[in-house]
Design a protein around this ligand. Structure first.
Ligand code: NAP
Ligand code: GDD
Length: 336
């Protein structure tokens, strides 16, 4: 059997980097779409995939340009395409709805339209999200739960989800959407709350900060480990028929609980450091998310393994180690 080829958009992000490693381990020839500027400054812009730069073929293209995506697909002729590239920060989508829509809606549309033209047998994965449920009217949320997005990010992802389903139904593309709940890791961007907390604690321990300013501490999320969630993406594209799958742990915690567990882990009292700042509240908040991944368990055989406490500990240890700080709960083992 010839070597399978995969194309990943968003390969420089948290999920892209784990997916790259998974596909390399499975013997794929991996191609990645990156922004042109990334190729000029790999040290900073490709930090998550630096160890694998000689094992992956990178192509510069823009999610805002149909011809650039068409060219890459025509040249690579992938067997599988994982579309992870997106403006993924919900907060920022309130500041700039336009660039969020351009990247997330047009980018998905251009990619699907090009796929239909030049690689119609390529299997397609769309990075859907629990943000599509938003103000959910049932708990837990599954594949049949109604969408009620609360941000332009959420709206853009509902549109990408609908586009993906429509290309499946109208043109027979093997196109699947993962409806992934929050997933984190030591590679999470610093702007997301989990990494903001663990890196903030490391800075406090290193004497570089004296407080941690956060927004809404009562928001609840279903947090899993990114390394496990990319396995679900791959499993979806191995199924004979395309479909949509919720991927979640089935356990939810508040931001406050994340803070408590994290500060506890290093023996600090969080009350002495955390300040709740109303200016960090969102204009429309998604208060609570909890996923039901029964379909993924039954059809894909997928289930989460990392516990909430293990996830917090792994992220904290990595951030403390990066700053060279020691603390009661921090071991010397290396996680990445
Ligand atoms: P991430 O770390 O923010 O990575 C986003 C990727 O998209 C990066 O490679 C980034 O490239 C690229 N990108 C952003 N804007 C772009 C643009 N205008 N043109 C081209 N590329 C652009 O996100 P992630 O956590 O890995 O998430 C991967 C995907 O899953 C995203 O679509 C996200 O919306 C979705 N998702 C994430 C979660 C989660 O909890 N992590 C849950 C559900 C769904 P640069 O490095 O060049 O910026
Ligand atoms: N970022 C951030 N910063 N969030 C904070 C803060 C803070 O200082 N304080 C409280 N929060 C709350 C937010 O209001 C939100 O309710 C929750 O923490 C989680 O925020 P984020 O970590 O930014 O993640 P998100 O849930 O908005 O979005 C992430 O998960 C989605 C899946 O549900 C992103 O990865 C999205 O791309 C993804 O689709």
């Amino acid at each position: 059997m010839s070597q399978r080829k995969a194309l990943i958009t968003g390969i420089t992000g948290q999920d892209g980097s784990y997916l790259l490693e998974l596909l390399l381990a499975k013997g794929y020839q991996v191609h990645g779409v990156v922004r042109r500027v990334a190729l000029e400054d790999p040290e900073h812009r490709m930090s998550r995939i630096l160890p694998h730069l000689n094992e992956v073929q990178l192509h510069s293209a823009s999610l805002e340009s149909y011809p650039s995506l068409h060219n890459v697909l025509a040249r690579v002729q992938p067997d599988e395409c994982y579309h992870l590239g997106a403006q993924s920060f919900v907060s920022y989508s309130f500041d700039d709805e336009f660039s969020t829509f351009n990247a997330n809606i047009n980018g998905t549309h251009y990619l699907l339209a090009a796929l239909k033209e030049v690689a119609p047998r390529c299997r397609f994965y769309f990075a859907g999200t629990s943000e599509m449920f938003g103000l959910a009217d049932e708990v837990p949320q599954n594949e049949r739960t109604r969408f009620h997005p609360r941000s332009s990010y959420g709206i853009s992802k509902v549109c990408g989800f609908d586009l993906t389903r429509n290309y499946r139904e109208a043109y027979g593309i093997h196109a699947s959407s993962g409806v992934l709940f929050n997933h984190e890791s030591p590679r999470r961007g610093f702007e997301f709350v989990t990494r903001k907390i663990t890196s903030g604690i490391a800075r406090i321990l290193a004497g570089q900060a004296t407080e941690l300013r956060l927004g809404n501490l009562e928001a609840r999320r279903d947090w899993g480990h990114a390394r496990e969630y990319v396995e679900a993406m791959w499993l979806m594209l191995q199924q004979p028929e395309p479909n949509d799958y919720v991927i979640a742990t089935g356990e939810s915690h508040s931001v406050r609980e994340f803070v408590e567990v994290a500060f506890d882990h290093v023996g600090l009292d969080w009350n002495a450091y955390v300040r709740e700042s109303p200016e960090l509240y969102r204009p429309a908040e998604v208060n609570s998310l909890l996923g039901d991944a029964s379909r993924a368990r039954a059809t894909l055989g997928w289930r989460p393994k990392t516990t909430f406490e293990q996830l917090v500990g792994e992220m904290l240890e990595a951030d403390c180690r990066a700053l060279g700080v020691a603390a009661p709960g921090i071991s010397s083992a290396h996680h990445r």
